[in-house]
Write a protein that binds this ligand. Sequence first.
Ligand SMILES: Nc1ncnc2c1ncn2[C@@H]1O[C@H](COP(=O)(O)OP(=O)(O)OP(=O)(O)O)[C@@H](O)[C@H]1O
Length: 361
Amino acid sequence: MAIAIDIQSVTRAYGPIKALDGIDLAIKAGEFFTLLGSSGCGKSTLLKLIGGFDRPTKGRILFEGRDVIDVPANKRPVNTVFQNLALFPHMTVAENIGYGLKLRGLSGAALKAKVEDALDLVELPGFGPRGIAMMSGGQRQRVALARALVMEPGILLLDEPLTGLDERLRQQMRDEFGRLHRRTGATFILVTHNQDEALSLSDRMAIMHQGRIEQLDVPAQFFARPANSFVAGFVGIDTLLKPERIEQHSDGLRAVIGGQSLRLRSPMGSLGDDSLVAIRPDRLRISESLDGADLVLTVVGTTFRGLQTDVHLAFADGQSLVAVVSSDSPSATLAHGARVPLSLLPDAAMLLSGLGMPPAA
Ligand SMILES: Nc1ncnc2c1ncn2[C@@H]1O[C@H](COP(=O)(O)OP(=O)(O)OP(=O)(O)O)[C@@H](O)[C@H]1O
């Protein structure tokens, strides 16, 4: 796939604060790309630079090989759907959607046809004459989307477009983004702090932290090969244990935690003294007997979560992990203090460099 947007060594500083700190990123034409990160990580700043609403302090931004730093926002092949929508409240739905096309000189039947196509695309046929004030929150989101799509941009920027919607609408709109992406073939760049949104929609995504990209990958790789403890925590692998020591055995690395030894998947890159052992909850099994168990831990609590129950299990040193079991299994009602044998599926435990944990969402 051709590279649509090439971001080279981009830094954006506000005085001493580096909102972006040496970002290198190539976004492919036609892909659904997501910038994921918690508040203040720099994702909106990066989107603004791509849209042409701001300039980098250092570095270059190329669109299809052409430097666009001096190209103003309205001359870029980009449309943006902002979090705060910025619809004109005194105009009808159709006037809002047709506004940009009118500025381009379109009028009459041609304008009307384009607006109607856009309304069909976001599944609001016939809503053109309605006032914006008469539309629900989710319908307004779709109008904002239609207004951007009607311009047929090669690149669509979506800045937290689902914030403020209830769960049902979020899911509906999320499906809509996926469908529109397939139908339009445009490059979509989504900014979000919601990992479900990112995972379900993205061809590739970048997790950002303090102005840097911690990992850039296809979604599945963030679970299979998280780059560090920050990334692991961000995608929900939130059991991170501090090992007493790491030992090299003939069959690979092992970590010693609370006096027990765990087999580790070989780590990526170099690791320091701050390395942590991440445990994937989906790769733990509570086993039938103590014979042949990889670990024996003590139940310190259970949390009912509907179809599944979290069983909290502690090591002798007080560190704990979570095993997820079906709520109708006997393990879901294990008594506090029970000794539980666990088996670890391959790659259940991995050694990661310790960047700490992300703040709670
Ligand atoms: N105009 C500005 N002046 C000074 N600092 C700024 C400005 N804009 C952003 N920053 C700082 O740059 C950093 C990144 O901000 P940015 O808005 O890109 O974060 P974000 O990841 O989009 O966060 P959020 O999800 O809260 O919008 C923050 O520390 C922020 O305080």
